[in-house]
Design a protein around this ligand. Structure first.
Ligand code: NAI
Length: 780
């Protein structure tokens, strides 16, 4: 080859990373692994091979975890947990610190093993995955250290079950294990069947760190092993990352068990390029967004939205860049795109693309002759509803469409059932910061993509799941209030007495929907009696259709989320003022309903309205200390439409305790008041009507909790459902919520002291908000 030819082609020579150390490690284990339980490797059982997807070579055999294996691991974790949790935070911090150091010491071995098992380019495993793993353990060593002083009154859940995917095998392990251990939980982790090896190497590293036996246990196997872990009664919390269908199955499987749950699921994240963007940067960003890890990234920027005026130019340049991407041996330091994880995944990607009605462009770069490789691909000309526009492909395939105006970009970006991440490219900071809050996603990158850090929360909204990983917010998902709650007592309505007094003038109470008092759709109501044999009135019995109307009204009122905290506070104060003016009347009503003196409850309700008026403009976000030149803003956004089955035992205070935090944080709500004592809520309509509250922000549907729980939990447009009902509805609500994976907050038949501190505060504010992390790198 002449010098001129070399300059013309500018090809890299091969630069393969050695794998002798990995081979030696595998040989040490005779290529055959048992589970890691109670601090040691069990004898290997019947299992399956894990292969290198770039070559098809078998790397090792791992054991298929049985129900018995899972049980042994959970028992080991249970035995170890109390002692682990009793350690001072500093002692746990030292273990996490030791793990971080050891990950750095073994970083090359881990990176090469990850690349061989998964097929990702060594450059990524070495420069992104493994450093982030170490960072995660360092960061959580810090959280363990600070927990005792910063998280008073909180306790670990106990035993955490972690089920993780194959796209970032060790990083996903770190995301689950580091916070769980920092918080004082012990863990049983099931790695993905395609990529179990770095988890097993990590298990060995925990021994070097001297981690007490049973604190971390690893059971290998497929989905059945995962399902056994999820179902095990000895597990207190499940943390899952993977596909939305499996997330949904796990939501159903854990419903009503009292197990805490976080789900980090799929996405179809928009990558929005405005016409004033720095095109070169946006194209390089796109390479990272969709060809990083062969597109097998939950937050991959897999849906390109490019402004019409630059679309043609952008696509042309993109195709040229795609043609220059190098695909090949993942161990070669010069390649850009490695192997897809498994022939099954390759077949899925191929089928999806072959079935597409769009215009398909495959990069002209040559593919290796063998192994699971798929070329970088761009598909244009698809309709918004087409399958490839809506479904996760989880491969190196980008779909693209154009938009004209910023508003259209927002509409298209949000036209998905997912809500994980988004990237925005524009040189106009005003435009970026105008758009970022409008995108329904848990993470937004401005002029960047795929930035992650342990200090910044990561996670989605809608069908991308719930809960955050990373930061203080991530730690909280591994903690619960330390105080043990008492079982709730079922509160029943006062039965119809044999004879009763009737009021002088009949007062018909209705529902409160869209700012209007409306009759219940079914035309049914039920009599409400006092303990002194008096007919107090009739309460409407709302049905499924009333719930639909109420949710629609709540949606129509979503402009409330854009009102300033100051304005929302004014209205909450005004509600308090108007309630205070009628305190005597409400106290009498409460006495009639419950037989108790109602004055204290009215006073507490007024105070609670003040509390959340105060919080309206004070539940601040954070600027996270991420290691980039730039900031990551954690914004507390409203969840959307929050529905609540309010406490039966506190007819007025229970309703206010759900309503006030929800609307203070900018949500709109659908409230089902106390089932036995609904009339305090119906009296409140007039207070709400005279307090400048925009119509639809608060909607109240009286009726049976048991009947209304199902339509609320199954409603696709309800974003969160809280239940403080004394009826035991947790199982039903959690199972039904799997439809749209709405957030749920259920009492699991536990009582709450509504008059006391646990009736208000940060827990409510956290439930009423979703954290959006907006990354804004600096630089001209
Ligand atoms: P998956 O969701 O089936 O697997 C993730 C993990 O869950 C694995 O460890 C698996 O063994 C386990 N699992 C499977 N069924 C289970 C069950 N019923 N109960 C408990 N655990 C269970 O993902 P899979 O099959 O590997 O990939 C299929 C598709 O899922 C991909 O094409 C992609 O679209 C999506 N996916 C999304 C990920 C993300 O991070 N959002 C990660 C992996 C896959």
């Amino acid at each position: 080859m002449t010098i001129k030819e070399i300059f013309d082609r500018m090809d890299y020579g091969p630069a393969p990373e050695g794998n002798a150390e990995v081979k030696a490690w595998l040989a040490r284990h005779k290529g055959n692994f048992g589970h890691f339980i109670d601090g040691q490797f069990a004898r290997p059982g019947t299992g399956f091979a894990t292969k290198n997807p770039a070559t098809g070579d078998v790397l090792a055999t791992v054991t298929q975890g049985t129900v018995g294996d899972v049980d042994a691991a959970v028992k080991a974790a249970r035995r170890a947990q109390p002692k682990w949790a009793r350690l001072p935070g500093h002692a746990r911090a030292k273990y996490l610190y030791a793990l971080a150091r050891l990950i750095q010491k073994h970083s090359r071995l881990l990176a090469v093993l990850e690349t061989m098992d998964n097929g990702k380019p060594i450059r990524e495993a070495r420069d992104i995955d493994i450093p982030l793993v170490a960072r995660h353990f360092y960061y959580h060593a810090g959280l363990a250290q600070l927990m005792d002083s910063e998280m008073p009154g909180m306790a670990p859940h106990g035993v955490c079950g972690a089920v993780i995917p194959w796209n970032f095998p060790l990083l996903m392990l770190a995301w689950k294990v580091a916070p769980a251990l920092a918080a004082g939980n012990t863990v049983v982790l099931k790695p993905a069947e395609y990529t179990p090896l770095t988890a097993l190497l990590f298990a060995e590293i925990t021994r070097e760190a001297g981690l007490p036996k049973g604190v971390l246990n690893i059971v290998t196997g497929d989905g059945e092993t995962g399902a056994a872990l999820v179902a095990h009664p000895g597990v207190d919390k499940i943390a899952f990352t993977g596909s939305t269908p499996v997330g949904r199955a796990i939501r159903r499987a854990t419903a009503g068990t009292g197990k805490a749950l976080t789900l980090e699921l799929g996405g179809k994240s928009p990558y929005i390029v405005f016409d004033d963007a720095d095109i070169d940067s946006a194209i390089e960003g796109l390479v990272d967004a969709i060809w990083f890890n062969q597109g097998q990234v939950c937050c991959a920027g897999s849906r390109l939205l490019v402004q019409e005026g630059i679309a043609e130019r952008f696509h042309d340049r993109l195709k040229r860049r795609m043609d220059g991407l190098r695909i090949g041996d993942p161990l070669d330091k010069c390649i850009d795109v490695g192997a897809v994880v498994d022939p099954v995944q390759l077949a899925t990607i191929t089928d999806m693309v072959n079935g597409s009605e769009g215009e398909v462009y495959h990069a002209k770069t040559p593919l290796p002759g063998q192994g699971c490789f798929y070329p970088p691909t761009l598909i244009t000309g698809l309709g918004t509803a087409s399958r490839l526009m809506q479904e996760e492909i989880f491969g190196p395939v980008l779909v693209s469409m154009t938009f004209r105006t910023p508003q259209e970009a927002v509409d298209l970006a949000n036209n998905t059932r997912f809500g994980l991440a988004a990237s925005l490219w524009t040189e106009n900071i005003n435009l970026a910061l105008d758009i970022a809050p409008k995108i329904r996603a848990g993470v937004v990158w401005v002029n960047a993509t795929n930035l992650f850090d342990a200090a910044a929360g990561f996670g989605g909204v809608r069908e991308s799941g719930f809960g955050r990983e990373g930061g203080w917010e991530g730690l909280l998902t591994y903690l619960k209030p330390a105080a043990a709650a008492k079982p709730i007592k079922r509160v029943a309505a006062i039965p119809e007495p044999a004879s009763f007094d009737v009021p002088d003038l009949d007062r018909t109470t209705k529902l409160f929907i869209g700012g209007k008092q409306t009759r219940p759709d079914g035309g049914y109501s039920r009599p409400v009696f006092s303990s002194k044999a008096k007919l107090l009135g009739h309460a409407g019995l709302g049905n499924r259709k009333d719930i639909r109307n109420a949710v629609e009204a709540a949606h129509a009122a979503k402009g409330w989320g854009k009102a300033t905290g100051h304005n929302r506070a004014q209205i909450l104060y005004y509600i308090a003022e108007n309630l205070s003016a009628r305190a005597g009347e409400f106290a009498a009503r409460l006495r009639d309903l419950t037989g108790r003196d109602g004055r204290a409850e009215v006073e507490a309700s007024i105070a609670r309205l003040f509390t959340y008026a105060a919080w309206s403009d004070k539940f601040d976000g954070q600027a996270k200390s991420v290691p980039i030149r730039g900031i990551a803003l954690a914004l507390n956004e409203p969840v959307g439409v929050i529905a609540a089955l309010c406490a039966d035992e506190a007819p007025l205070l229970g309703l206010i305790s759900a309503m006030a935090p929800a609307i203070a944080m900018g949500n709109t709500c659908v409230l089902v008041p106390s089932d036995p004592f609904p009339l305090a809520a119906t009296d409140l309509y007039q207070v709400l009507e005279t307090s400048d509250l925009p119509p639809g922000v608060v909607n109240i549907v009286t009726g049976s909790h048991t009947e209304l729980a199902k339509p609320l939990a199954g409603h696709m447009d309800v974003d969160a459902l809280w239940s403080f009902s004394s009826a035991d509805l947790s199982a039903l609500i959690e199972a039904e919520s799997a439809t749209n994976l709405k957030r749920t907050w259920v009492n699991n038949a536990r009582a709450r002291d509504w008059m006391g501190a646990e009736g208000e505060g940060r827990d409510f504010l956290r439930q009423a908000t979703a954290i959006k992390t907006v990354w804004v790198p600096y630089g001209a």
